[in-house]
Design a protein. Structure first.
Length: 482
């Protein structure tokens, strides 16, 4: 049996039936990572010592005849902006080159108590800013389906690690599409929960009103299982919440009469024709089972990217202010080459040298839109547009159960193709960004390939409709097998 391409339930059964030990599994993954990751570069660091200690505990439990939980002994990878106590956490930035996490993020604490094993930390765009993982200060990750192409971003390492069988599942973060777009480019399932459904405590803040942590996995069931393990209200994140009440009380079984909204603005100019065909074919599988298609309109989507790039950058400029070379971050003081003339110079040189170009670009844009005289014209206006975008979704969900769209307008692009043109790069998030602005949940799942490149279908639901999304995604996954 190939240990490395197992799903969560296969790992669970294998451990339970003593077909392999957790230690053998971890060792197998670690040696495979050594070989495979020389090509893919999904990981920034591995956490070998921790992984082996955790595996030993699981093996002792099994040897003692005790029952293990469904996630116990399952090896995963964690995006490097999520804190794992005692391990390096550098968010792919030079300014955090030597940072070691002093505590566990809430999601990590939850996974640890479920017995999950941590193999390592994955590559990403610096501080999660980007759509291709090329903004990592430690070199780009490659798409395992085609090594000349990007894996998407910013959770490109987490998506590539799952796609290359270098872990069973991973965690990513999604501020404007960073779980869903790489999942789509790499051909795995990725989920962005409702804003607040998962605690953000211990994830490095990019844009706090948009950030969510979520899982990437090989199939829908695995993705759901991980989401269920990390969700829930946390006193350390005031924006976290438990779902109000189950939205569906058993009424809607299967997909018969399920109403699927197709936003006309998303199936328009700019969408690759072959991507459109595959997405429509996947939706067609549901109509064959009795679901109904309803054309809807999300008219303010047109302004979503502009709105996102004001709000996100404003929050970035505030959140990244702490990396000043004094309070946090690599300091120019330790660099013998720089001649420093005072405190301001320490700030300027530390931030100038150790933050990458994209981070500095966004800090400047955000500081500008928050500054007096421009605040009303940019930040305040963007907040008003954000409300309109959220209203678009609210109105749409009054008439439909779910909305389905492509995840991205194209398949994975070539490394280097868009890196010098930020606006073209930003366009790859056109279908994912509105979801974060509205705070609703959305899943990205594979719906076919063009050549060797995967295409993703996006399923968007109302706030806290995760159960419905997973159930319908499972139906599609099953139907696609035939
Ligand atoms: N690609 C988007 C950006 O560059 C989204 C990033 C994210 O979701 N973290 O901002």
């Amino acid at each position: 049996m190939e240990l490395k391409n197992l799903t969560i339930s296969q790992v669970h059964n294998g451990l339970k039936n003593k077909e392999f030990t957790a230690k053998a599994l971890v060792k197998g993954f670690l040696s495979y990572i050594k070989k495979e990751d020389a090509k893919v570069h999904a990981y920034l660091s591995t956490t070998e010592k921790l992984a082996l200690e955790q595996a030993e505990k699981v093996d002792e439990k099994i040897a003692a005849g005790l029952k293990i939980g469904p996630l116990e002994g399952v090896p995963c990878a964690i995006k490097d902006n999520i804190l794992v106590e005692g391990e390096k956490c550098i968010a792919a930035s030079k300014i955090l080159a030597n940072y070691v996490a002093p505590y566990d993020a809430t999601v990590i604490r939850k996974l640890k108590s479920a017995g999950v094993i941590f193999l390592g930390k994955t590559n990403m765009d610096e501080f999660a800013m980007g759509s291709s993982t090329e903004n990592s200060a430690y070199g780009a990750t490659k798409n395992p389906n085609d090594l000349e192409r990007v894996p998407g971003g910013s959770s490109g390492g987490s998506a590539a690690a799952v796609a290359a069988d270098e872990c069973v599942f991973s965690l990513g973060s999604d501020t404007g599409g960073s779980i869903r777009q790489p999942a789509s480019f790499c051909g795995v399932v990725g989920f962005k929960p409702t804003y607040g459904a998962v605690s953000r405590y211990g994830v490095m803040a990019m844009a706090s009103s948009l950030d969510q942590i979520g899982p990437l996995a090989k199939n829908v069931a695995d993705c759901k299982m991980v989401f269920d393990a990390i969700k829930g209200k946390d006193t350390r994140d005031a924006t976290s919440a438990n779902p109000p009440a189950p939205l569906l009380k058993g009424g809607l079984k299967g997909v018969n009469n399920l109403k699927i909204g197709i936003p006309k603005e998303y199936f328009a100019k700019g969408l690759n024709k072959e991507v459109e065909k595959l997405v429509s074919a996947a939706i067609g599988k549901l109509t064959a089972l009795g679901a109904k298609i309803v054309e809807i309109s999300l008219p303010y989507s047109e302004y979503a990217l502009a709105c996102y790039y004001i709000i996100m950058a404003s929050e970035v400029s505030a959140n990244l202010a702490r990396f000043d070379g004094i309070k946090y971050g690599t300091s120019a003081i330790s660099d013998k080459q720089s001649a420093l003339s005072g405190l301001l110079d320490v700030y300027l040189q530390s931030r100038g040298q150790y933050l990458g170009a994209e981070a500095r670009r966004r800090i400047m844009l955000g500081t500008y839109s928050l500054s007096s005289g421009y605040y009303d014209a940019y930040y305040l206006r963007a907040q008003k547009v954000r409300t309109r975008i959220a209203d678009d979704f609210k109105k749409a969900f009054a008439g439909v159960d779910l909305i389905m769209t492509p995840v991205a307008p194209t398949t994975a692009f070539k490394i280097g193709e868009k890196i010098n043109d930020p606006v073209t790069m930003y366009l790859s998030d056109i279908y994912t960004v509105p979801v974060n602005l509205a705070g609703v949940p959305a899943l990205s799942m594979p719906c076919g390939k063009i050549g060797k490149l995967p295409v993703g279908l996006q399923i968007i639901g109302p706030h806290f409709s995760e159960d419905l999304i997973f159930r319908v995604a499972q139906t599609i996954e099953d139907a696609m097998r035939f």
